[in-house]
Write a protein that binds this ligand. Structure first.
Ligand code: DP6
Length: 342
């Protein structure tokens, strides 16, 4: 009897925002980071990716957002397919279709949602039983931050110590409904410049040139421990200062990279100033800012303060929209396996 194997699979995966940033690769071959990171998986936004292996194709066909992918984005997808094909022992080329339910060029999501969805769909379509930790390990080869989008809620990506990377994977810390009061008001900067250099490349110039990078690495483990405790206790006054300390530290290593990495615009900087002002006025931390390698700023607060925070952010010149998101579920398969002859 012919062995039956799924040939096509669809996955959806969300973006995540790092509260402790992944920034620096200790082993490019195995995609191992220097430091562990901690993130919140976001609801409402997602990438949806279908992979269909088809022995009649003579090359991979990749469509991103309805258009054929070329250059770097295509190469990244094909590299992930090659990795899956090698693991599954198949040679068939694939048709890949991926789209986001948010404007891709907005710079809102990193490659996290796209590569988490691709890793899930490609491995399932190839008949590999990958889930959880194993899927996280595969996703990180597409994009480090994608390793965290496999899981929902609050997630830690452990850098590990082993040279073979077996102890390097993301794991869920707390589920999406752990802290219902916590919200993320994302200040979308009008006309935010698109990233010219992938973070995976930019971070390596920080490793080589920033004089404060080593100090950052030394500070990260304590910061992660403090955040884990604050999130466990659902304590904004404990969490928010350390979120901003980490963001300021990330910005400092970027700004001291040569040539300098400056991801913010004047509107982004105004958001940081407004959050500091809100906390000063309240006499305690009621909000915290953080940003990735891009101009938009995520402002965490609790429901009670959301109307104030929202109003103050929306009034800043150059802020196009304030989009409220919450902790959400991780990557998941859509529909059952479709099977066909191997
Ligand atoms: C600043 O793993 O997303 O967002 O795929 O090259 O963009 P690229 O790398 P990626 O880098 C993430 C960098 C960061 C911090 C973080 O998400 O941990």
């Amino acid at each position: 009897m012919a062995r039956l194997r799924p040939r096509s699979a669809t996955y959806v995966a969300p973006p995540n925002i790092a509260l402790v940033k992944y920034w620096g690769v200790r082993d490019p071959e195995l995609a191992l980071p220097y430091n562990s990171s901690l993130s919140v998986t976001l609801d409402r936004m997602r990438s949806r990716t279908t992979v269909a292996f088809d022995a009649s194709l003579d090359d991979d066909r990749v469509e991103l957002g309805g258009a054929p992918a070329v250059g770097g984005p295509r190469d990244g997808v094909v590299a992930m397919l090659d990795r899956v094909r090698a693991a599954a022992g198949i040679a068939a080329k694939a048709h890949v279709r991926s789209e986001n339910n948010f404007p891709t060029a907005s710079g809102l999501a990193s490659s996290a949602s796209g590569f988490a969805a691709l890793a899930g769909a490609a491995s399932a379509a190839a008949g590999l039983p990958l889930a959880g930790r194993a899927l996280s390990r595969l996703a990180r080869f597409g994009s480090g931050s994608a390793s965290r989008s496999v899981f929902g809620g609050f997630v830690e990506w452990r850098a590990g110590h082993r040279p073979d990377g077996r102890d390097c994977y993301a794991a869920p810390l707390f589920p999406p409904d752990h802290w219902p009061e916590l919200v993320d008001a994302v200040a979308i900067v009008r006309g935010a410049p698109t990233k010219e250099v992938r973070s995976a490349v930019a971070m390596q110039s920080t490793v080589r040139t920033s004089p404060v990078y080593r100090a950052r690495l030394a500070a990260v483990p304590r910061r992660i421990a403090r955040m884990r405790r604050a999130i466990a206790a659902r304590d904004p006054a404990a969490l928010f200062p350390v979120v901003m300390e980490e963001c300021d530290d990330f910005r400092a290593v970027c700004e001291t990279t040569r040539p300098t990495l400056d991801y913010l615009t004047s509107a982004s900087r105004a958001v940081l100033g407004e959050v500091r002002a809100l906390n000063r006025e309240a006499g305690r931390p009621i909000a915290a800012y953080t940003h990735d390698a891009g101009a938009h700023v995520h402002v965490f607060t609790v429901r009670r303060h959301l109307p104030t925070v929202r109003r103050r952010l929306a009034a800043i010149a150059g802020i196009q929209e304030v989009r409220v998101v919450r902790p959400g579920p991780g990557a998941r398969r859509i529909g059952g396996p479709r099977v066909g002859p191997a």
